[in-house]
Write a protein that binds this ligand. Structure first.
Ligand SMILES: Nc1ncnc2c1ncn2[C@@H]1O[C@H](COP(=O)(O)OP(=O)(O)O)[C@@H](O)[C@H]1O
Ligand SMILES: CC(=O)N[C@@H](CCC(=O)OP(=O)(O)O)C(=O)O
Length: 260
């Protein structure tokens, strides 16, 4: 059961949580950053959560450390965890913050250790090693930064109460953060323009249809943590969840199929 600690709400401005997948971080165009800058400069509150799977793979390979994946999650040994942490917090996060600030966005890099933001337990140490299950999202720092006009940029490193770093899938961090902030919308931005079935991007899918496509193997791998993140949010009241490409076009996941 995840608990959320947040500030007493004095003003409730809508928040948009945008998760940038590692698969597209290197490929983001200046048009994308410009659009994001326009959103933030118009007063939209934005929190960015990022992954970095390909960058982690590169660093692991350079150090000859191999990892496997179970249910779309990286099985993370203590040795791999050091590389995950140093890659996400030391390379990917500063590089993204640089791109954002260059586009005029007042971005501030964070990870789950900052003000004890993401407190985790081990998901299942025997199966996954150093992978975290988020127990608490402390939003006070994020809220304070947004009130000051900054854009928090959060990498998906969690911490145990004892101060051990744990690897958390970035889609899950984005979903839990959206829930804690009672965000109006969650955008999971990835390298494909939404969920494709039979080669076609689906504009709208229900959780039921997605579960069937997972069983049939039409939704697999890195898409699985994304759709689970979407289900968690929809169940808990984040009204709008989208899996999109860089153009911000793609698939909306909704309990209801709209009839036009
Ligand atoms: N039905 C599907 N439609 C689109 N992509 C899918 C589907 N099922 C699995 N995928 C895979 O999910 C990938 C996106 O997940 P992932 O690589 O983890 O991205 P990110 O780094 O953005 O989190 C796509 O590139 C694609 O290979
Ligand atoms: C536990 C787990 O799988 N963690 C992910 C964290 C990075 C991530 O989620 O990056 P993407 O956005 O590129 O998928 C990993 O080690 O790859």
């Amino acid at each position: 059961m995840t608990t959320f600690k947040s500030m007493p709400v004095t003003e409730h401005k809508p928040v948009l949580v945008i998760k940038l997948g590692g698969s597209l971080l290197q490929k983001l165009t200046s048009a994308f950053y410009k659009e994001l800058a326009q959103k933030t400069q118009s007063g939209q509150r934005v929190v960015i959560v990022h992954g970095g799977g390909p960058a982690i793979n590169k660093q692991l390979e350079e150090r000859s450390v191999s990892t496997t994946s179970v249910n779309g999650l990286r099985v993370t040994s203590p040795q791999a965890m050091e590389i995950v942490q140093s890659t996400l917090a030391g390379l990917v996060n500063p590089s993204l913050v640089h791109e954002l600030t260059s586009a005029g966005i007042r971005a501030v890099g964070l990870n789950g250790f900052d003000d004890q933001m993401l407190t985790c337990t081990y998901l299942d140490q025997d199966v996954y090693g150093c992978v975290g299950e988020i127990q608490t999202v402390q939003t006070e720092l994020i809220q304070t930064l947004m009130q000051g006009g900054f854009v928090p940029v959060l990498s998906c490193i969690g911490r145990t109460k004892e101060g051990m770093a744990l690897n958390v899938n970035a889609d899950t961090v984005a979903a839990k953060t959206a829930l804690a902030l009672q965000a109006e919308a969650l955008l999971l931005v990835t390298d494909t323009e939404g969920i494709k079935l039979d080669g076609k991007t689906q504009n709208l899918l229900t959780p039921e249809a997605i579960k069937q496509s997972i069983s049939s193997g039409d939704i697999y791998g890195g898409m699985i943590p994304k759709v689970h993140a979407a289900f968690d949010c929809l169940e808990a009241g984040v009204a709008s969840v989208h899996i999109v490409g860089e153009s911000l076009q793609g698939t909306q996941i909704s309990q209801e199929v709209k009839v036009h």
